[in-house]
Write a protein that binds this ligand. Structure first.
Ligand code: F6P
Ligand code: MG
Length: 281
């Protein structure tokens, strides 16, 4: 596992360079979910794949930017699903973006995730590792990631990040979001899930939601590359992650690019989500 973390560190230093100096224009390709790929997405993907190919303990990888699973070493143990540069369209407006990695064993399913890592590229570069027991944050100084702190969520937070297109929200979802605001929750939403979820983790708690909507009944965020890795981080930090009703890590994956509605938060907020969704969905 250590060599995987070292590969992620090396890739992140290169991706930092790509973000700072790379071309932010669109490529001619679309990924399998139909998003037009930016040249930055493709360049970051190539960097990560190159680092992972050197590691004997990795059996397979799958990138949000590629159609299929890539076989790496047949005797390897780990399967890695990653989103090389989440929120890449925010680079040209100079907002924070991130990379997300889910590390699985045996198969790419929520039940088999054993660790996850995300890297935030903001004014500073920070890496967060969840290993099933703790969530640890590191910060990049020159070429070195230094340990900064463990991350633990409070029982209840003060922030909410409500994602997706509001005109497509179901009425019970809108009411739930309004109720949180009426209780005093403050809006924190940049449109990049990595910095938005990182902020909630570091500021003690709250709720990030990306629901089922009338235009996207299964939400937008991808299970293997986005939803499961962050669900694992939130659970390790003492919070919860659900699809509205069930623990999202128990949701089945039929296809590697499947999406799922998702809610990440501290326990109090998730309790309220489950109450609302059990009654209405
Ligand atoms: O990868 C998808 C993503 O860019 C996430 O980082 C972000 O949370 C979400 O899309 C934003 O979507 P929307 O603009 O629909 O709220
Ligand atoms: Mg993404």
């Amino acid at each position: 596992m250590n060599e995987i973390i070292e590969a992620i560190k090396k890739a992140s230093i290169k991706i930092k360079g790509i973000i700072e100096q790379g071309d932010t224009s669109k490529s001619d390709n679309q990924n399998s979910t139909g998003d037009t790929q930016l040249k930055l997405d493709i360049a970051s993907d190539i960097v990560i794949e190159k680092e992972f190919k050197k590691i004997a303990s990795i059996k397979q990888i799958v990138s949000e930017e590629q159609e299929n699973i890539v076989d790496i070493h047949k005797d390897g143990k780990y399967l890695i699903a990653y989103d090389p540069l989440d929120g890449s369209s925010l680079v040209d407006v100079n907002l924070s973006v991130g990379s997300i990695y889910g590390i699985y064993e045996n198969s790419f399913t929520g039940k088999n995730i054993i660790a996850s890592v995300y890297v935030v590229f903001g004014p500073r570069v920070e890496m967060v590792i969840a290993d099933g027991k703790t969530v640890k944050m590191y910060r990049l100084y020159d070429e070195d990631f230094k340990y900064i702190q463990d991350i633990k969520l409070n029982e209840k937070g003060k922030l909410q990040a409500p994602g997706s297109t509001q005109k497509c929200w179901y009425p019970y979802h809108k009411k739930m979001i309004d109720d949180f605001f009426a209780q005093g929750y403050r809006l924190r939403y940049s449109g990049g899930m990595v910095p938005d979820l990182h902020q909630i983790l570091l500021k003690g708690g709250g709720l990030f939601s990306y629901p089922s909507t009338s235009d996207l009944p299964k939400g937008k965020l991808r299970q293997l590359f986005e939803v499961f890795p962050f669900a694992f981080v939130y659970e390790c930090a003492g919070g919860e992650a659900v699809d509205g009703i069930s623990r999202v890590l128990d949701v089945e994956t039929l296809h590697i690019h499947d999406t799922s509605p998702c809610f990440f938060g501290s326990c109090e907020e998730i309790k309220k989500v489950k109450e609302v969704y059990l009654k209405n969905a």
